[in-house]
Write a protein that binds this ligand. Sequence first.
Ligand code: PLP
Length: 458
Amino acid sequence: MGKTFTSDRLPPMSTGPNIPQELRLVTSIPGPKSQEIIKRRNEAVSASLGMAIPVVVEKAGGGVIVDVDGNSIIDMGAGIAVVNVGNSADRVVENVINQVKAFTHTCFMIAPYLGYIEVCEALNRLTPGTHKKKSVLLNSGAEAVENAIKIARAYTKRQAVVVFEHGYHGRTNLTMAMTAKNMPYKEGFGPFASEIYRMPMAYPFRFNGDAATCASETLDVVTHKIEKEIGAKNVAAIVIEPIQGEGGFIVPPKGFLPGLAKFAKDNGIVFVADEVQTGFGRTGKMFAVEHESVDADLITTAKGIAGGFPLAGVTGRAEMLDSVHASGLGGTFGGNPVACAAALGAIATIEEEKLVDRANAIGKIMVDALTAMAKKYPVIGEIRGAGAMQAIELVKPGTIEPNNEAMSAVIKYCQQKGVLILSAGTYANVVRLLPPLVMPEHLLNQALGIIDEAFASL
Ligand SMILES: *Cc1c(COP(=O)(O)O)cnc(C)c1O
């Protein structure tokens, strides 16, 4: 049996709906009721959609998802870093109920309402930098990225967009072009948008040399390619995730992001930090660019913004947001009043419950446990991340060759034992851990113990 990691570092806190915070398996996974409903799913729903775990959800809150068979599963994915405040967090529920009773839609472009303005005020206040900021609200992360590009092009009157290997920015046509990985995101969906240029990414684990050299050499290559192949004066925006999410939680080595931001500034290029996955406390700062005090002109947000409601934002320099002609940005549903009410509840939860500190405490517990596993199990190539966003890159022992089979086996083992963990990585060899920031400590330790068992079982 694997080891149970014990510590006493996370203060107890409210976990939303009154669901016992326990791992409880009453059937095998999937249970009979889930199997029945998944049959209907397969009949009714497009076969193109993935399913990380074959259980049908009945309710969720705190650190658990409860399925229709009564299994209570530890949630180490938070709906892909969305329910940072937990499912049905108290303040989110209360705000949503009040808003639903008042009105559900007017369209902000038709008749404005306070919630939208207050979310923009909160984004302007919470994103780093003392410069005058403004925001616009949209429906999804991809839509936020698209709007950041519109703003950067309108502001600079240039067209080219620089993105990075291993980057993920969404599934719409423009963001597919920006996303690096072909399968499953792009295969067969072209032609893609033009004027997108992909640069090498500083990926220390796969760089032959130390982190500082990785940062400086990659930066040299990127700036050289931009100058010689695109022309710096043609570039509207450099778009990068401060820690790459879908790409496998690739943390750029110190100096890489500030170097890029400086190059952007020196060349009149808009520097866009895509914080859709890293934002709202996830990495142990409110926004991940704060780890290196990176000066981003625009920040895109979505996932963790509203406790599970579809909402996204672009926040940044007022002169950039205001450079677009009147009525140039918008959309029917963007900044829906119920989603805004949810966001205000989620943001209040993050601030009042000090979830940024809690992300750091969760991170320490995870890193301690994962580092101990890395010493025991040679399939673990690297542990990396920041705060409550930690990944395990799996390799063929003694090499850096990706080990997809080990990743699949670990995920499958954990599912059978009632722990939901997610995959990532260009080479599909990364396990990513993204627990809700309200995760109770005993469940976090129990999940880490089961992950340890999963490696032992390989
Ligand atoms: C998920 C994600 C997106 C796309 O967000 P959607 O809401 O799925 O459109 C964009 N950028 C990053 C970094 C993401 O993680």
